[in-house]
Design a protein around this ligand. Structure first.
Ligand code: FMN
Length: 195
């Protein structure tokens, strides 16, 4: 089985710590990713132990604030249970890597159309870096989960860390404690058009 088929989101982890040199190999895979105009807009913050717990407290606070917010559209309210489940997974994983976009700040204020293109490209580049890390981890027998639910606690986590950078995602890493069935994927015919 090739590495793309092997990789699956892992949501249950063993307590075993990941050696720092292995974490560095994973980050190195992210570092080598392609990026628009080679801007390399990413920054990774590796959290373990007490620091990880502290940041996850902030995440919990953000989720609770979002739950109560009158601005939260009804259709997103159902997503809050998923955010709470994600938080549980992050607590279990021995390592959480926060992924920042150093070329963007808070994503919520409206942005001008001209800025939009480079913002999209920067996000795509960071996605490439994250995917490289997931694949490298898979190759090393380390499980991972890409997490977008940090969106609910952008304010709490960035102000705790004293950064103006955009928190674009988090990724959990740990030795798998489950062997999930592969999630259904669309067929090649559904997603591809040969002209
Ligand atoms: C941008 C992005 C954000 C995601 N956010 C979350 C999340 O917050 N919580 C979670 O449990 N899974 C999250 N996932 C994982 C997806 O649910 C998962 O990749 C998808 O269901 C396909 O399963 P697979 O990764 O095993 O192929 C995210 C994936 C991506 C690419």
């Amino acid at each position: 089985m090739n590495i793309f088929e092997q990789r699956k989101s892992i949501r249950k982890y063993k307590e075993t710590e990941i050696p720092k040199e292995d974490l560095l190999k994973i980050i190195e895979a992210g570092r080598l990713a392609p990026s628009a105009k080679n801007r390399q807009p990413w920054r990774f913050v590796v959290l373990t132990g007490d620091k990880k717990e502290k940041v996850l407290e902030k995440m919990e606070k953000g989720i609770n604030r979002s739950k109560k917010s009158i601005f939260m559209p009804k259709k997103f309210r159902n997503g809050m249970a998923s955010a709470e489940n994600t938080l549980r997974i992050m607590r279990e994983a021995p390592v959480v890597v926060l992924v920042f976009n150093i070329l963007s700040g808070n994503p919520y204020p409206p942005v001008f159309a001209g800025k939009r293109v480079s913002e999209i490209h920067n996000s795509l580049s960071i996605g490439a870096a994250i995917e490289n890390m997931l694949l490298k981890a898979t190759e090393m027998g380390i499980g991972s989960l890409w997490i977008g639910n940090t969106v609910y606690a952008h304010k709490e986590i960035t102000s705790y860390l004293g950064t103006k950078d955009q928190l674009i995602s988090a990724v959990t890493f740990g030795y798998p404690n489950e062997e999930p069935e592969g999630r259904p994927k669309k067929s090649i015919e559904e997603i591809t058009q040969f002209l």
